[in-house]
Design a protein around this ligand. Structure first.
Ligand SMILES: [Zn+2]
Length: 392
């Protein structure tokens, strides 16, 4: 809460600063990230720049900022991008999750359905205690994610979900439903209708892959701004028809403003053949997400930069990859309105990444490997203007 007196004092000192000689103003930077290749698709920059941070905000993005600062990051030869935003994680399952993925460059995450009405309060508490911005989608099943959580449709209780959203309005920003046959069976469409009823206009994310119903039947129940995750999951009922062509309803849904998320995960969420067939027909993800949990570093997910690297070898341009991991994700949810950007005045959430060249092996969910010539690695993370501890 800022009192009127504090506000006036702040405004006055800002006015003094604005008039002060530049040498004085420059010394107020707390951290300067020097000499990196800044890729910020939100403002269309891809150039070597310094990034200066003051009072937890981006203060300047310019060539050769000569001011000194108490702290610097030497980013020469590295990429400097907006802090990564991972819209499908399970970082809210335990308080150990958020600090771990922060080291991977993830300065904003969405926990997608770990909690339902019965256990949402615990997940929400983890989000509130996180070192970066953390938000949650409530599972339409009251039990959250569990084996076959929607096979008993009475668990998809709209009133209970609405109550849990109302109790946690500060961090619950949408609703999740898992549509796969082994999760929902033939209850899928009714569960999705109930997810929309509980959401009451908030975004709904559906998890697809090996569904009972065809994808087009879900699309007709989705509104602009809703998200389909695990979009490259193999069939039955994938995004490809039995001749390997994209189903026509896919592009219709995209034109209508439905968003398509990668959703790496571990089991049955993507295979290389589906990625290859879809991307050859120019179907690229709007967003990357890891489906991350604290075990992910050992399961082939590894980290958000690794997941983002997986489409480089299929020809997705680097700037599009960075956009999908930053500004595209930020635009989905109003809570992230000022994120996914290095625009002056935005919260200083920054990921320093290294794009290494060589031969790197990547995994799908079926132990299939592909070799790529480029891989992104996390180097340093800044959140709210402060350096995060480096990864061990
Ligand atoms: Zn998930």
């Amino acid at each position: 809460m800022i009192t009127r007196r504090q506000f006036c004092a702040t405004a006055a000192s800002a006015a003094i600063l604005a008039r002060a000689p530049s040498a004085f103003a420059q010394t107020n930077y707390e951290l300067i990230i020097k000499g990196g290749r800044v890729i910020d698709p939100s403002v269309g920059i891809d150039a070597v720049r310094d990034v200066a941070i003051s009072a937890g905000k981006i203060a300047a993005v310019a060539p050769n900022i000569t001011a000194s600062a108490p702290d610097t990051i030497d980013a020469r030869g590295k990429l400097v991008v907006p802090g990564l935003i991972d819209i499908h994680t399970h970082a809210g399952r335990s308080k150990e999750g958020p600090p771990m993925c922060l080291q991977d460059g993830v300065t904003g995450w969405v926990d997608a359905g770990s909690g339902g009405a019965d256990n949402m309060d615990q997940v929400a508490a983890v989000a509130r205690g996180a070192p970066q911005i953390g938000r949650c989608l409530i599972n339409i099943s009251r039990v959250g994610i569990a084996p076959g959580e929607l096979l008993d449709l009475t668990r998809a209780n709209v009133d209970l979900a609405r109550g849990a959203i109302a109790r946690n309005r500060d961090v619950v920003i949408g609703v999740k439903g898992r549509m796969s046959n082994n999760v929902a069976g033939a209850n899928d469409l009714e569960a999705l209708r109930r997810a929309q009823a509980a959401a009451d206009g908030l975004p709904v994310m559906i998890h697809v892959g090996q569904n009972y119903s065809p994808l087009r039947s879900y699309f007709s129940l989705l509104k602009r701004g809703d998200i389909v995750t695990h979009i490259y999951a193999p069939g039955p009922n994938s995004l490809l028809d039995d001749k390997g062509k994209l189903i026509p309803e896919l592009m219709q849904a995209r034109r209508r403003g439905i968003l398509f998320d990668f959703g790496n995960g571990v089991n049955d969420h993507f295979d290389w053949a589906t990625v290859e067939a879809a991307t050859k027909q120019d179907f690229w993800p709007d967003t990357f997400s890891t489906d991350w949990n604290v075990m992910s570093r050992t399961t082939g997910v590894v980290d958000m930069p690794n997941v983002m690297s997986k489409l480089l070898m299929f020809g997705m341009p680097l700037s599009a990859v960075i956009a999908a991991g930053t500004v595209n994700a930020a635009r989905i949810f109003p809570s992230f309105d000022d994120r996914g950007t290095l625009n002056v005045g935005a919260p200083a959430d920054v990921a320093v990444l290294e794009l290494r060249e060589g031969e790197f092996e990547f995994l799908d969910n079926y132990k299939g490997t592909r070799k790529g010539k480029q891989r992104l690695f996390p180097v340093a993370t800044v959140v709210g203007g402060k350096k995060a501890p480096a990864r061990a």
